[in-house]
Design a protein around this ligand. Structure first.
Ligand code: FE2
Length: 509
């Protein structure tokens, strides 16, 4: 598929074979010195000598793509190696006189740090060769190794705010970054991509590969976009980069295009491709796209098309879904899947409104932020952080445990004595495997005390996941013991093996 006759870069990799189909670029001459303008907080400098970049794309265990843009057509070279003396270089002699440069490196070693620099001839005002600053990249880890990635989005319009988010992301030290779309206000305008996106993101993207998806502002209602010129992303079976997948460590990432000019309904090429991707085995699976199925802010409400066509595919197949579009942070949970809205990357913020649709939002914050995800084969932890690095939401999922399992997190014992009447009180807290309170679960248990045993009681948990269950009133004190016998919920399954406590006692005077 071709969009509006725009020539699009072909991707270099077959993800499943992890092989690079090398098409190294080597272009030729010309000149321009690009100087810095914007100074992001915490960054040494905003831009180097090139118009854009260099920036990293499509990292795998054995390969990576390096891109940059020059003001005038030129050739290009990447020097790289395991030390800052480099030792290897790569060029492409099949393309000459290009402004957007794209060099692929392969034959690399997994989980290894490399140094690199890029050079284009005669790019300076003096007509001499321009060599950028030295940078580093690190190849993808082996399957089970720990790594950290960041999700963020909606970076358009306010580059100063985008630069602050970028500085905060750098402090979180992700291995890769996924972007939920709306990178710039008008994706057809070549003059916006530098100031709104690449200049603020430069300090991050020189060392950290980014995998973006298309937002509505990339197409800008015209069905056209320069997105494909500036990014080198994996192809899908349609041989385009609108939707794609890649594996990094123990995570399969699936990136979709949910724009109205793109079909993702059942039977469409994107839908059929997605169904196939969801059937591959993966320790963790993350899906991301621009339009959230669940959101309620001053900007947007639930995307009904995404909810109808895509959400039914995710149950039991996907661990976490990231979207943007609403310029805020929101966390939803539905049928075992977390739906995170992360659209606080620089665009004017939206205010979360009181939710009225099921599932009801668990967390909503009007905040510039990014999401940090720490992951290994055992667990996946999401941490939402503001620009000062403060964590304002976190959840953890354990591998092999259904997120729909619930258990007794705590039993807090107290008592009541009123005149001759003595009774025990147990406050039981029910949580799911991510640590989220389970509301509406029916907790059954039994009380025993001196001379009497097994008084059955039950009650329903509130929004805090807690329910108070009181024994009958008796005429003397002693040891009162409460034991949980069952927990029932229409969505969650009670897994008593995960109980942190099942029984507790209190001495009532
Ligand atoms: Fe949007």
């Amino acid at each position: 598929m071709t969009l509006n006759g725009k020539s699009r870069k072909k991707h270099f990799f077959n993800r499943k074979e992890n092989i690079m189909k090398t098409r190294f670029t080597f272009f030729s001459v010309l000149a321009v010195l690009f100087t810095a303008a914007l100074a992001p907080v915490g960054a040494a400098k905003a831009v180097g000598i090139f118009k854009k970049g260099p920036y990293l794309q499509q990292v795998t265990q054995t390969s990576i793509v390096i891109m940059w843009e020059t003001d005038v057509a030129s050739d290009s070279r990447v020097d790289y190696g395991s030390s800052d003396s480099y030792g290897e270089s790569e060029t492409d002699d099949t393309l000459v006189n290009v402004k957007i440069h794209e060099i692929g490196l392969d034959g690399l070693i997994a989980n290894t740090k490399y140094y690199y620099k890029v050079t284009s001839d005669n790019v300076t005002d003096d007509g001499v060769e321009a060599t950028g600053d030295p940078y580093t990249f690190t190849t993808a880890p082996e399957g089970d190794q720990y790594f950290c990635f960041v999700a963020y989005g909606d970076t358009r319009t306010y580059p100063e705010d985008h630069a602050k988010v970028i500085a905060a992301i750098i402090n979180s030290s992700p291995a890769i970054v996924i972007h939920t779309g709306d990178l710039v206000a008008n994706g057809n305008d070549p003059d916006q991509w530098g100031p709104q996106f690449f200049t603020p993101a430069y300090p991050l993207m020189t060392n950290t590969p980014m995998f973006p998806v298309l937002g509505n502002h990339e197409y800008n209602d015209k069905g056209e976009t320069l997105f494909f010129d500036f990014f080198s992303l994996p192809d899908n079976e349609q041989k385009n980069e609108q939707w794609y997948s890649f594996t990094y460590g123990c995570v399969q990432f699936i990136a979709l295009d949910t724009n109205t000019n793109v079909d993702y309904s059942p039977g469409s090429p994107q839908y059929i491709w997605l169904e196939k991707e969801l059937n591959y085995s993966a320790t963790w699976r993350i899906v991301y796209f621009h339009h959230p199925p669940y959101t309620r802010t001053s900007g947007h409400e639930d995307d009904e098309d995404v909810k109808r066509d895509l959400v039914p595919l995710f149950e039991n197949k996907v661990d976490m879904v990231f979207s943007g579009h609403s310029h805020a942070y929101e966390r939803y949970f539905n049928e075992g899947v977390y739906y995170i809205v992360t659209g606080g990357g620089g665009a004017p913020l939206h205010r979360p409104l009181k939710d009225k649709n099921i599932p009801i939002r668990q967390v909503g914050e009007k905040e510039y932020h990014h999401c940090v995800i720490d992951v290994d084969s055992e667990s996946l932890t999401l941490s939402a952080r503001d620009n000062d690095g403060n964590e304002f939401d976190t959840i953890t999922i354990k591998s092999g445990q259904s997120t729909l399992d619930m258990h007794v997190h705590d039993i807090d014992m107290s008592y009541k004595v009123a005149g001759p009447n003595h009774s025990g009180i147990a406050t039981i807290c029910i949580k799911d495997t991510s640590g989220t309170n389970v509301k509406g679960a029916t907790v059954s248990g039994k009380w025993s005390w001196p001379d009497l045993v097994d008084e059955a009681v039950s009650g329903i948990t509130g929004v805090d996941g807690e329910v108070k269950l009181q024994s009958s009133k008796i005429k003397s004190g002693g040891i009162f013991t409460f034991t949980v016998t069952n927990v029932v919920d229409s969505v969650y399954t009670y897994n008593s093996e995960l109980n942190e406590e099942t029984s507790d006692s209190i001495d009532v005077p």
